[in-house]
Every structure is written in C-alpha cells, then in structure tokens.
Design a protein around this ligand. Structure first.
Ligand SMILES: [Zn+2]
Length: 146
C-alpha cells in the first residue's frame, strides 16, 4: 500500500505556505476547509508524535508558534485550533483551523461543523501567511535552535 502523503506534490497556484527539511505546510482544499485551514505534514514517513526525531519534535513546536502568530495576524482568528488524528492517513500530519472571533461555535462544536471556503479567499490567505512567515526574517527552523 502506498502512502498518499509520502510524495505530496507542491500545490498549484499558491505553492507551499512553508517548506523546510522536516515539514510541508499547505492550505486545505476550499471544498472542505475554510480559508487559513492549514495542514502541516512531515516529510518523513512516521505516524505518531512519539516517533518524531528530536529535531522534528523541536521544529514542530517552533513551526506551530510561527503559524499561529501568522494566522492570527492575517485572519480574524481569535484562536487557532490544532487537530491531529492520523486515523485516515497514518502519515504524521496536523491541521490548524483559525476560529474567527465572531464564529458562533467554540471548541469541538466548531471543529465538528462542516467547513468550506471561497477558493479565492483561501489562496489570498495562504499567500498572506507565507508572506508573513517570510517577513519574520531568516529563521531556519529546519536546523533547530542550535
Ligand atoms: Zn507516508
């Protein structure tokens, strides 16, 4: 059985929101994801947090820190939710879902609600997040903090 996340193609139009030696980040499809819904996928095939190398574990936290800040800066997100089940595709990945301040739902009710987004808004948001990450200056999270 082949793993669909082991050989991800760079997304059309916008490209990766972020790419380094450990992680690939892309906007989810507009049909099932709101603008700013991002998937963080490991480059290496493994499934569980406990299988991360120390470099993957260290850089995952730094990447989440940067993505949370960028999403909150470029969207109206009051909170960015993190979800990672790996039940359907057992290759490590995690989703970030920005929850707008004005959204009527909170927590798991927000996460359970059907999501979709405008493709143009998704593209704009993905580019804005990428630009925001680039504007932070040179931070090579692929090599860790030293
Ligand atoms: Zn894989």
């Amino acid at each position: 059985m082949t793993c669909p996340y082991c050989d991800l193609a760079e997304p059309d139009q916008v490209g990766w929101v972020h790419a380094d030696e450990h992680w690939l980040v892309n906007q989810g499809p507009a049909a099932t994801t709101m603008a700013g819904g991002l998937r963080v996928t490991s480059r290496r095939h493994f499934t569980d947090f406990a299988e991360m190398t120390s470099a993957e574990a260290a850089t995952f936290g730094i990447l989440l820190h940067r993505l949370d800040a960028a999403l909150r800066a470029v969207t109206d997100a009051e909170r960015v939710h993190l979800v990672s089940t790996r039940d359907r595709v057992p290759h490590f990945h995690a989703w970030l879902y920005p929850r707008p301040a004005a959204h009527p739902l909170r927590g798991t009710a927000f996460l359970d609600a059907p999501q979709s987004g405008d493709p143009a808004a998704a593209l704009r948001t993905a580019r804005a997040v990428r630009d925001r990450l680039g504007a932070e200056g040179v931070v090579d999270i692929g090599r860790g903090a030293g």
